[in-house]
Design a protein around this ligand. Structure first.
Ligand code: ADP
Length: 271
């Protein structure tokens, strides 16, 4: 609390009264701290790949090119970390646009199972490389939802990508849907490493990682779930997560589209 006071005096110098004004700056301080933390986090996240790129490039420049095998390996490390930087900058831009409310939505009636099927094919290479079975059949017959199809795809890409990243080879990812009043609750379930109870409330925070080492090894930015949360909330839904030691379930809700009986469901190409 900041206190400012004003003591008006009359012409003869006698005290006329006192005006005291209280300003509650708790919220301003809180926002300022969040901003400072954010800048510190961004700087740290950017510095790590830059330091690595710089180190390997300097080694190559000072004679490291002579050993062909080693040079090829160093160049590939530089490429990996440059890719990390690009992903991080993309995620930061997405998040900043979402947080400034500078994003438009094109809401339609969307069949979730079609979008999920497309997302599963997009990530097929990754899931097959780890022999993870991705099964979207749990979404068959789900009522249409009111959503921006591109944004819904982004949400599902993030959740499925995480499910694949944090599930060991041979696991499985399944989808579910349940109606709750005028909402549809969509679930993405994996048989992976799970999330500790103490980390559960924080996984949707920017840069929060339950398992830092694993996230970085997998090229994670720590921003995916906060992007998911924004995308869901701007479409009128909410996110949640459950984990009980082994396996994790992420849920999000979307509004159910009211369809007239007999109305044609949109085709894949319409989305
Ligand atoms: P990241 O880029 O690190 O994956 P996210 O914001 O997408 O960032 O996720 C935040 C953290 O939540 C991850 O670092 C990971 O520790 C945890 N997490 C997310 N999804 C899963 C999952 N399906 N299984 C286990 N842990 C997960």
């Amino acid at each position: 609390i900041v206190l400012t006071h004003w003591v008006p005096l009359t012409e003869t110098g006698t005290l006329q009264g006192v005006v005291v004004v209280f300003h509650d700056i708790t919220e301003i301080r809180r926002l300022e701290n969040i901003r400072k933390d954010f800048v510190a986090n961004v700087s740290h996240e950017l510095r790590t790949p830059i330091t690595i790129i710089k180190g390997y490039a300097e080694t190559l420049a000072s004679g490291g090119l002579e050993n062909q095998g080693q040079a090829t390996r160093f160049v590939s490390i530089i490429a990996t970390h440059a890719e990390r930087l690009a992903t991080l900058v993309d995620d930061l831009l997405t998040l900043s646009r979402l947080e400034s409310g500078n994003v438009s939505l094109e809401v339609k009636s969307v069949p979730v199972e079609v979008v999920a099927g497309r997302v599963a094919s997009l990530l097929e290479q990754k899931s097959q490389a780890k022999q993870i079975l991705v099964d979207v059949s749990g979404l068959a017959g789900t009522p249409l939802v009111l959503a921006d199809p591109g944004r819904l795809e982004q949400i599902l890409v993030n959740l499925l990508d995480n499910a694949i990243k944090y599930t060991p080879s041979g696991g499985a990812v399944t989808f579910s849907a349940a109606c709750e009043g005028n909402l549809v609750r969509i679930g993405v379930h994996d048989t992976g490493m799970g999330i500790a109870t103490r980390d559960l409330p924080r996984v949707f925070e920017r840069f929060y990682r339950a398992d830092k080492g694993r996230s970085r090894d997998e090229g994670g930015t720590g921003l995916g779930l906060s992007i998911v949360k924004h995308l869901v909330q701007m479409q009128g839904g909410s996110v949640s997560v459950e984990s009980s030691g082994r396996g994790t379930s992420f849920f999000f809700t979307l509004k159910r589209a009211l369809t007239l009986s007999g109305e044609k469901r949109p085709l894949h190409e319409d989305l």
